[in-house]
Design a protein around this ligand. Sequence first.
Ligand code: FA5
Length: 346
Amino acid sequence: MTNFNLDAFVADLESLRSEVEQTLSKVSDVESLETARVAFLGAKNGRLKAIQKGLSKLGREDKPAGGKQFNAIKKTVESLFSQTSVRMESPSKGAKAIEQIDVTLPGSSIRFGSVHPITQTIRRVSSIMSNLGFEVVDGPEVEDQWHNFEALAIPDEHPARDPLDNFYINVANFDRPVLLRSQTSTVQIRVMEHRKPPLRIVSLGRVYRPDTADATHYPMFHQVEGLLIEPGTTMAHLKSVLRSFASSFLGGDVRVRFRPSFFPFTEPSVEVDMEWNGRWIEMGGAGMVDPAVLASVGYDPNEVCGFAFGLGVERIAARRFGVADIRDFYRNDIRFLEQFHDRGQA
Ligand code: FA5
């Protein structure tokens, strides 16, 4: 300021305002904003403070107008600083707003999930068995020893009850340990205990055995259990149900083969093989329900008969999807799972 008249004072204020505008338009980070704030608004040596000192040198009659101009410019400058500060704090908000209205940008593709192949298999097996007249039922995964062994004619000394072959759980206030069920045959017992024949049920669910994982074994796997109790039932009915199921599930006319076997809860007992693509594959066990089992649930074995079967879900899923190693179902590798989009849906 050279002259302390009102015009010169106002001119100084105006030039400060335009300098502030120019400086702030170039400011790109918080540090340079702070430097500018100190330079223009600093309480000790700020430029505005220096101009304010000129106010006292104005003539008496110019002071009110000079003070008014000073306050107006001060307000403008402070507001310019606060606007710039807001811009610094939320640059992404501004960027986002631009993105939202840029309709020329290509859309981002949506990643679709898919139903796990084992769940697909469970749904499909349930659907096929429903069509064959079997009601889908469920049972608990934590079982007592009665339903997992004794009612199925598996006595105390039987090797299938060995602690090394089962996941037993000690529960406070329970007389005996319970266990993670080792087979879905437990559901046969639970249904027969509460219902009278005729029965046609199928149950699909998880079972647990401390088996070492390999291409055909996993410590947690799924079984499908079928039970039919009707007068006059024979092994021929069992075979034709399994053959109808296998043909629907795998496609084409699948042959089913029985090999003599032993299960404590069926008599006679068989291993069930299915022929597919020229190879015989073991799918599970089956047989006529043992009279001792019928008696254990309160049925009269002289009046009632039926068949039961239990198949490994992972094994039949592996057949259907052409998977060589059932461990692949549980590795959670998206590249593996992605291959089963929409295949085998019920
Ligand atoms: C049973 O579990 C009998 N409850 C089946 C049964 C039911 C027989 C009704 C008679 C009447 P088994 O232990 O063989 O049987 O198992 C049946 C099927 O489960 C096997 O054929 C196989 O397909 C599958 N399986 C058995 N262990 C495993 C495992 N660790 N991992 C994957 N699948 C398995």
